[in-house]
Design a protein around this ligand. Sequence first.
Ligand code: GLU
Length: 320
Amino acid sequence: MTYLKSLTMAAALAVGGTGAFAQETFINIGTGGQTGVYFVVGQSICRLVNRGTAEHNIRCTAPSTGGSIANINAIAAGDMDMGVAQSDWQFHAYNGSSEFEGNAMPDLRAVFSVHPEPFTVVARADAGIASFDDLRGMRVNVGNPGSGQRATMEVVLDALGWTMDDFALASELAPAEQAAALGDNNVDAIIYTVGHPNGSIQEAVSTTEAILVPVTGDAIDALIADNPYYAAATIPGGMYDGTPDDVSTFGVRATFVTSANVPDDVIYTVVSAVFDNFDRFRGLHPAFANLTPESMIADGLSAPLHPGAERYYREQGWIQ
Ligand code: GLU
């Protein structure tokens, strides 16, 4: 909580709106598990920001967290300045729907979107699981509370008319633990809303024989048709051992969000660090390879843009 106060003070001391802070200013970014891609997003952004600390006096850290919902809640509480969150949960947090019913966050602000995140199901090859329907009665890691995949899994179960009781076991392991649980035969399948390729799924398919399972059917088609933040998605064949063919599912986008209470100069500095060094940023993870500024400032954003980001995008001529 204290850093927001120091941010506000530092913002008041910022030299002529140049984004240079008169006193050292600490900012933090909520990410996800260390084997996911959010952690790399946060670490990459901080690395680019911290290259310029001598000029702007901002120091950035990006700790591991529980994921999307935890990050949004931490931003709402003033415990985090920025965070990575799935586009579906950005939408619901801003609008006060679904998981955020009665708990709207009107101060939530979009900064940019990042990579696509297919809803990914990985099953042990010996479990006889060929489709999402086959998960009924199985031992499934449904994800840690606070993660985006756990919340999105609940949406999928609702859409199918299932509950957690339809599984023989619904475990709540975090991403860093799920590959080992699959390998040790403690669960039959794991789910993860995540960019590809990533360390967690890589670890799962290299510790045991495992396959990616398609997530398709009428209920999924309806979710995609009825909600702007969902889209059909494909995990390319050959990305992981054991799955030579494309796998169809649905997905969201990873987005980078903040609060209207974070000063414009801070967000302007962060956004400049990413887009002034865009090729370098894109090279920091294979899931970033196809990113373009055009799609990043438009796709998957439902909260208003933060004014500090807007200023940079306007200067670049990317928005009016
Ligand atoms: N989409 C996941 C979440 O919202 C995180 C994925 C990752 O860490 O890359 O919690």
